[in-house]
Design a protein around this ligand. Structure first.
Ligand SMILES: C[S@@+](CC[C@H](N)C(=O)[O-])C[C@H]1O[C@@H](n2cnc3c(N)ncnc32)[C@H](O)[C@@H]1O
Length: 246
């Protein structure tokens, strides 16, 4: 098997992928909030029970393909976080519920705008699933303050701040509504995999997971249903790398 993007529905393709192969799966699915990915807005506005059931099916298909020390990551918005979190906990034990502070949310007149998403990290084995911390360390507050007692860079806590990719962000590659910042994927991939490990992204979008996996020397399988997005991903994966951006 080579690293590749597969075009089609993840529900059709996942069953044909090898079991117990992937060290990590990253699921950033449609959020069921009426976004038109190519099948119309209605396809992303399912009754709650149907949506959660569909997500359960997707997670189970991924989990069956994880190594015995693998990790499952699931990103979701505030609207669905409680139900998705409960569903995930019936399948695998949780290691973290990370809050991704994405800098600013869509303006609301009736409440505070939501400026964060929930990133669930569940593992196959609470003892054996790795947490590689060497390459994810950040400057501590003491270092930032110039305090001589600073012990050196520290492992980040469970609130991560990475700016959302707004329309004119330099990293944006298209009009896809949901492109994630590479920095977010970089931290996820570095802490739960090593070079050479296999990574699975069943709803690849613009291919952020695949692109970061490629840059970090991991192997990957991505799946994307929409031909236009798949074309975009292939182009992105063919681009030469610039020097490290972050
Ligand atoms: C939230 S976006 C993923 C964004 C991605 N993480 C990125 O950084 O670009 C979800 C993607 O899933 C795709 N999708 C929806 N249903 C799918 C299915 N059944 N199989 C594969 N892809 C699907 C959509 O076309 C959309 O591109």
């Amino acid at each position: 098997m080579n690293s590749q993007l597969l075009e089609g529905s993840c529900y059709d393709i996942l069953p044909s992928l090898p079991m117990r192969r992937f060290k990590m799966a990253f699921v950033d699915p449609p959020y069921n909030i009426g976004i038109d990915y190519g099948n119309g807005k209605k396809a992303d506005q399912l009754p709650a029970a149907v949506y959660i059931d569909q997500m359960r099916q997707l997670v189970q298909l991924c989990v069956d393909r994880l190594t015995s020390d693998g990790s499952l990551w699931f990103l979701i918005n505030e609207r669905w976080a409680d139900q998705i979190g409960s569903m995930l906990s019936t399948i695998l034990p949780r290691r973290n519920r990370i809050i991704w502070r994405e800098t600013f949310g869509q303006y609301r007149v009736d409440r505070y705008a939501s400026g964060h998403r929930h990133l669930f990290w569940h593992v196959m084995d609470t003892k054996r699933s790795p947490f590689y911390t060497e390459d994810i360390r950040i400057r501590s507050q003491r270092m930032i303050n110039g305090d001589p007692r600073a012990a050196g860079p520290r492992v980040p806590d469970d609130v991560w701040q990475f700016p959302r990719l707004v329309g004119n962000a330099g990293e944006r590659i298209s009009d896809h509504p949901c492109q994630l910042p590479e920095a977010l994927l970089e931290r996820v991939i570095r802490c739960s995999t090593e070079p050479g490990d296999w990574i699975l992204d069943p709803t690849a979008g613009t291919g952020t997971t695949l692109r970061v996996a490629q840059r970090l020397g991991r192997r990957f399988i991505g799946i994307e249903e929409q031909p236009d997005f798949a074309k975009l991903i292939r182009k992105r994966l063919d681009r030469p790398f610039q020097t490290r951006l972050f």
